[in-house]
Design a protein around this ligand. Structure first.
Ligand code: ADP
Ligand code: MG
Length: 233
């Protein structure tokens, strides 16, 4: 067993004035290296909260998040930022690209913090944009690209630093059916090729069927886990 992510009794409660919202009740889960997991559930079930917590973007109220044997829940902001830079790529539903920067600049930006020199950054970003089929859009700004193209840029950004884990929160939520399939194939193929662990949040049963395992989330708990046939090799 090659465990990469271990969650123990994870709980997240948001306080809104007097009211308490239990976003995650009690989640325990293990995800293996190179696994492709889909978190499936209706809106408000706690999927994004769970993903953000695994990605070190939010702190749990209770419980443990152990990634690569390190306790994420015990890290301070500075340690977390470093950990994310080194290990984690994130794809958002709404792309979250920087509007004033070109595709090339958006993709190479994160590499600055990894200490990659300028020439090498540009080379890596260019290669990655080529891989996602945007070799002819290097100098376009987000507003000059379609939704599908913007999501490809954000995928290139997530993968360019070769992170161990890529998280994606409803990555095709704003895309049409054809582009959705293209983007899903792109993400899954890149993760497979680079032997990365992939965790995708979706409310769409069809999309979840891409995963090796589907984790059904309901009211902040795991309702059930369904394993699917996994290609060998
Ligand atoms: P999903 O991604 O499955 O749609 P979320 O994880 O975003 O669900 O939300 C789970 C629950 O937690 C919802 O009831 C939501 O309203 C609540 N919630 C999420 N984020 C916050 C927040 N920052 N403050 C207060 N409540 C929140
Ligand atoms: Mg969500």
């Amino acid at each position: 067993m090659d465990e990469l992510i271990v969650l123990n009794n994870l709980r997240k409660v948001y306080k809104m004035g007097e009211e308490k919202i239990v976003a995650l009740d009690n989640i325990s889960l293990t995800i293996e290296k190179e696994e492709f997991v889909c978190l499936l559930g209706t809106s408000g079930s706690g999927k994004s909260t769970l993903l953000n917590m695994m990605a070190g973007l939010e702190k749990p109220t209770k419980g443990e998040i152990i990634i690569d044997k390190k306790h994420i829940e015990k890290m301070n902001e500075k340690q977390l930022a470093k950990f994310r830079q080194k290990n984690i790529g994130f794809v958002f539903q709404s792309y979250n690209l920087i509007p004033t920067l070109s595709a090339l600049e958006n993709v190479s930006l994160g590499l600055i913090f990894q200490g990659v020199p300028k020439k090498k950054r540009e080379k890596m970003a260019k290669e990655m944009l080529n891989n996602v089929g945007l070799g002819d859009r290097l100098h376009h700004k987000p507003s000059e690209m379609s939704g599908g193209q913007q999501q490809r840029v954000s995928i290139a950004r997530a993968f360019v630093g070769k992170p161990k884990i890529v998280f994606a929160d409803e990555p095709t939520g704003n895309l049409d059916t054809k582009t959705t399939m293209e983007v899903m194939e792109l993400i899954t193929e890149m993760a497979k090729e680079n032997k990365q662990t992939l965790i995708i949040v979706t409310h769409d049963v069809e999309i979840s069927s891409f995963g090796h395992r589907i984790i059904y989330i309901r009211d902040g708990n795991i309702e059930k886990i369904v394993s699917q046939k996994r290609e060998v090799g």
